[in-house]
Design a protein around this ligand. Structure first.
Ligand code: ADP
Length: 184
């Protein structure tokens, strides 16, 4: 099974993606986490990515697509949940073309939505303990703007495939809403 989980920063994508990965035995691919690991390792990719991430801007599509392609190719036969990817229309097109070549397809596109005021409050709260260099209030606001401009259009890209999930409530409540959309 292949799932794409979308939603603005702070909607709880990462938390729900982990729960889904363990329930359905999927490889959880969070591009944000993978990129932060690359930065920690001091790799070439990490060095290139850091300057974009620190400002709350997106890492160039080409770098992200190459990174994801490598992971998918070395884990063929696995199910995946993509968290924070695709994040732009060119990334979606790149993913479609790769999956097409491998005769695979996306089974579910989930979109978690939540009011912007709640999102910002959650992120500011998380920032106190996250240790992430992109968690200052100014960068948090930029990440929301980048989402609106570049990532939100993906809802139209996937249009009738998208399952809308209300992200307001406890982790368990949101998980239940997601599970009810997935036929196993
Ligand atoms: P959040 O959802 O809270 O913004 P992520 O961990 O998903 O956090 O992403 C953190 C940062 O990593 C983003 O602001 C961006 O700079 C970079 N990033 C993550 N995924 C992608 C992607 N698919 N394309 C480009 N940049 C990405």
């Amino acid at each position: 099974m292949i799932i794409v989980i979308m939603g603005p920063p702070g909607a709880g994508k990462g938390t729900q993606a982990k729960i889904l990965a363990s329930k359905f035995n999927l490889l959880h691919l969070s591009t944000g986490e993978i990129l932060r690991n690359e930065i920690d390792k001091g790799s070439k990719l990490g060095l290139k990515a850091k300057k974009f991430m620190d400002q709350g801007n997106l890492v160039p599509d080409k770098l992200v697509l190459e990174m994801i392609e490598k992971i998918i190719l070395t884990n063929q036969g696995e199910g995946f949940i993509f968290d924070g990817f695709p994040r732009t229309v060119p990334q979606s097109e790149g993913l479609d073309s790769l999956l097409g070549r491998l005769k695979l397809k996306i089974d579910y596109v989930l979109n978690i939505s939540l009011d912007k005021s709640v999102l910002v409050k959650r992120l500011v709260e998380r920032a106190k303990n996250s240790g992430r260099s992109d968690d200052s209030e100014e960068v948090i606001m930029n990440r929301q703007d980048v989402y609106e401009e570049l990532t939100k259009p993906l809802i139209d890209y996937y249009h009738d495939e998208v399952k809308e999930i209300n992200g307001d409530g406890t982790v368990e409540e949101v998980s239940k809403r997601i599970f009810s959309q997935i036929n196993q």
